[in-house]
Design a protein around this ligand. Structure first.
Ligand code: NAP
Length: 339
């Protein structure tokens, strides 16, 4: 049992919640920030489905958009996992709605960690920050940085890239006492613990509830939320991880393959999962009315593959098979009454 203290920002979220649970299971004392302390009871209820925190979990109020609370939350911590950041599948009218909280929030969390002298910060970035930025299909790794000024880069990709860059700038200009690693997940799926789930889970939720006009030509590297949490903890403690970026990605799957897994493994519970393929123009048309569909339209038919070879080689991390991730995600959505 570790006994060391870790601050996880955004414990009310999908990845943050599983990080809190993973740390508690390994004996850490955990603090988490939430925007509103009124969320504590709901977060505890969700966590209790995974583990019993005993008296090792506490809550602090801190918003990415304000200075209040950050120094108090970090004081006395050995490590910080900075996970909180707004998600946005669809572009908001003003990109700054995503960019400002992501970038300024990362600066607040990392600055507070440096001031408090924590050993290491692990920042949750994204493969949205490791894009090759070329048209068509491509394969990428941690050596690539998304160009936030390039045309057609989504507000979310800009927010993640600018936040990660700002965090590295702060670490690289500090005295070196606090080190940083980033975890850059691909599409995160796996079990949810409440109906208040991350936007990424929509991929399975929409298929299961038949909320898609057919199977679009879209694909993703899928990674299990439990494996994303374990990579955060490995990147937090492994001396080799200092100064490194790690893509968290498992196998690549097209939506048709995800639908096949659901039908093969869930039987009647997958009755609404569509079977017919939908032409790209139908998704583009539907995207005029459904902002989330509209935002994925540029990716139709393109394979953007992200390799987690580095995390596997350097940290011994191993993503689980995506069949288990997709099935556990679907079963949990049914269990919480979301579909
Ligand atoms: P999520 O379930 O929506 O969680 C987002 C968390 O950020 C919540 O705890 C939320 O708090 C917090 N947050 C948002 N705006 C905030 C603000 N202004 N001040 C303080 N907290 C704020 O999403 P998630 O999937 O767990 O994502 C967590 C991180 O992983 C993000 O950095 C995201 O970019 C990254 N990521 C996710 C995926 C994915 O597929 N899910 C892939 C790559 C990277 P509230 O509960 O108060 O809203």
């Amino acid at each position: 049992m570790s006994g060391e203290t870790v601050l996880v920002t955004g414990g009310s979220g999908y990845i943050g919640g599983w990080c809190v649970a993973g740390l508690l299971q390994q004996g850490y004392v955990v603090r988490t920030t939430v925007r509103d302390l009124a969320k504590e009871a709901a977060v505890r209820a969700a966590l209790s489905k995974i583990t019993d925190p005993g008296n090792r979990l506490s809550f602090h109020a801190a918003n990415l958009t304000a200075d209040a609370g950050w120094d108090e939350a970090v004081a006395g911590c050995d490590y910080v996992l900075h996970v909180a950041s707004p998600l946005g599948v669809a572009d908001p009218k003003d990109p700054n709605d995503l960019i400002v909280p992501a970038r300024e929030g990362a600066k607040r969390a990392v600055s507070a960690a440096i001031r408090a002298g924590v050993k290491r910060v692990v920042l949750t970035s994204s493969v949205a920050a490791t894009s090759k930025g070329v048209a068509g299909s491509w394969a990428s790794d941690e050596t690539h940085w998304t160009d936030p000024a390039a045309p057609k880069v989504s507000a979310y990709a800009q927010s993640k890239t600018l936040a990660e860059r700002a965090a590295w700038d702060l670490i690289n200009s500090s005295d070196g006492k606090t080190t940083m690693a980033t975890v850059n997940p691909a599409l995160v799926l796996g079990p949810v613990t409440s109906r208040d789930f991350s936007e990424s889970v929509q991929v399975v939720e929409r298929l299961l509830s038949g909320r898609v006009p057919g199977i679009p030509r879209l694909g993703f590297n899928i990674v299990d939320v439990r494996d994303v949490a374990s990579l955060h903890i490995a990147a937090m403690t492994d001396p080799k991880a200092a100064g490194e970026r790690f893509i968290a990605a498992g196998q690549y799957a097209w939506m048709g393959e995800i639908a096949d897994i659901l039908r093969a493994r869930l039987g009647d519970k997958a009755a609404k999962v569509p079977t017919r393929k939908v032409p790209d123009f139908v998704i583009r048309l539907a995207g005029l009315f459904d902002k989330d569909l509209g935002s994925v339209a540029p990716s139709l038919g393109h394979r953007h593959d992200n390799s987690s070879e580095k995390a596997q080689r350097m940290l011994g991390w191993k993503p689980r098979p995506i069949e288990q991730t997709v099935v556990d995600c679907a079963e949990s959505l049914i269990a919480v009454g979301a579909v």
